[in-house]
Every structure is written in structure tokens, then in C-alpha cells.
Design a protein. Sequence first.
Length: 149
Amino acid sequence: MSRPTETFNKKEKEKKRLKKQQEKREKAEERKASSSKGKSLEDMMAYIDENGNISSTPPDPTKKKKFNAEDIQIGVAKHEPTEPEGPRRGTVTFFNESKGYGFIKDQVTQESIFVHINGLVDPIKENDKVTFETEQGQKGPNAVSVKKV
């Protein structure tokens, strides 16, 4: 009868397996030793000071700030469009007569505003100075009552 042969490769694999097991045991013991279980509530407590920083000491009650609940704004501020009174002035930056639309650059806000051929009073072309009014469209402001200056 022949005895079982242990090759060098088999021995190396067994050594690696035993080494991994030993490392796993050591990690488990280390976790148990540094476990945060059993700490008191005071040790786990975190406080926020008057500047909004996290600290381990309670804040000083003399530095406490009072706020009015009505002053606190939750969410995004409502955008109130500030439209100047009367017609706005601008320059036609692009206009495609065959497709019937273009864009006007407002002189005050430098905003690019869409204009459709149905919103024209006078025929326009690129680089014309115009006056116009705006109305809200599906994708933003649209120029209407567009007149050449």
C-alpha cells in the first residue's frame, strides 16, 4: 500500500488556510476588546454648540440664541418676478423667418427671450432694436407685442 502523498502545493494551501483562520480569530478578539457596548449614555452623547459645531461638552446656556418661528423659512424662497413697468427693450439676436421663431436679448437683464412670429406686430430681422412685453410660456418667458424701434 502506498501512503498518501502531500505535495508542496497542498502544504502551502493548508498553511494559507490556517493563517487566514488565525487572522480572522484575531480580528474578532480585537473587535470584542474595542466594542462600544457597555458605554454609558453620557459617553455616547454628542452636543451642538452655539456655532453649529459638534462637541462632547454641553453648550453654555448663556450663549443660547432665540429665534422667532415665523422668521424660519422652510424650502426655496418664492421667486417674485420683478418686471419693469411698460414695454421692455432689447435686440433681436436670432430670427428664422422660414420657421417663424427667434430670440431677443433684453437690454436690462441680458436675458434671452423666445419670440414667435405670432407675437410680432412689425416684421423683424437680426440686430433690430425692438420693444416687447413678456408672458409666461410652457418653457419660460415669451416675447409678445414685438415692435421695431
